[in-house]
Write a protein that binds this ligand. Sequence first.
Ligand SMILES: NC(=O)c1ccc[n+]([C@@H]2O[C@H](COP(=O)([O-])OP(=O)(O)OC[C@H]3O[C@@H](n4cnc5c(N)ncnc54)[C@H](O)[C@@H]3O)[C@@H](O)[C@H]2O)c1
Length: 250
Amino acid sequence: MRFQGRVVIVTGAARGIGAVTAEAFAREGGRVAVLDLDGPGADAAAKRLRESGAEAVGFRADAAASAEVRAVVEAVVGQWGRIDVLVNNAGGFATMRATEDITDEEWDSILRSNLTSAFVCSRAVLPLMKRQRSGRIVNLASVVARGGAVRVTSHYAAAKAGVVGFTRHLALEVGPDGITVNAVAPGTTMTERVKALRTPEQTREVAQTIPARRLGEPIEIAEAILFLASDAASFVNGATLDVNGGQVMA
Ligand SMILES: NC(=O)c1ccc[n+]([C@@H]2O[C@H](COP(=O)([O-])OP(=O)(O)OC[C@H]3O[C@@H](n4cnc5c(N)ncnc54)[C@H](O)[C@@H]3O)[C@@H](O)[C@H]2O)c1
């Protein structure tokens, strides 16, 4: 039980990688706050964790909205007294787009959900983590920010490159306070959202470019997140861990 009694916030945890990560922390004894734009989804995910015997609470919040995130952090601290781990997982993109077709609103929205969210949530927990003199922040980057010639969208690629830069700088800044900040860069991972982006044929084509000859499973990304949040990673700071079956070897 690597996370017995530890307080963990996972953003974007109503489904996909975030939900599987929340379950993995709960299995290891963590007390888990499930934050998502989808309130009923967050509540349902937290309920599933409680039914499995864990302590968990669901929150509807936009991870990029400062006031909403502050309210979640206050509620979590009110309930459990501390925050040990923040996983900035909220994000993704829903539609393939050529760059000339991206509207200003879409650009802002993708930057906001994938990059601004990591800043807003980190800023909200840092004062407490500094007082604790301990804390773990794990951000979700992507293979596209690691040199992967994987066709996504340019706003998403820009946002995830920003996540890698943000991770390094924040690690440098708060390392002296006993806090580590790292990222996981998943390759294409079979969540419902990603399955909907490509035809089965296109998915098979992507798999052929990967030495593992398959796409990743959410639990394989969750395991890397848990490692970076665990005591075993105490001297890992500012790293981006590639979890992509060998698709990109950065
Ligand atoms: N699945 C992949 O292939 C893959 C690859 C590389 C990186 N990633 C990254 O991993 C993370 C999870 O991806 P996924 O495939 O599980 O996505 P997903 O769409 O299955 O789940 C994302 C969740 O985040 C929530 N969310 C989105 N914006 C939010 C916001 N502003 N505030 C709160 N919640 C918000 C959504 O409601 C959803 O429940 C994302 O950051 C994604 O970019 C995924």
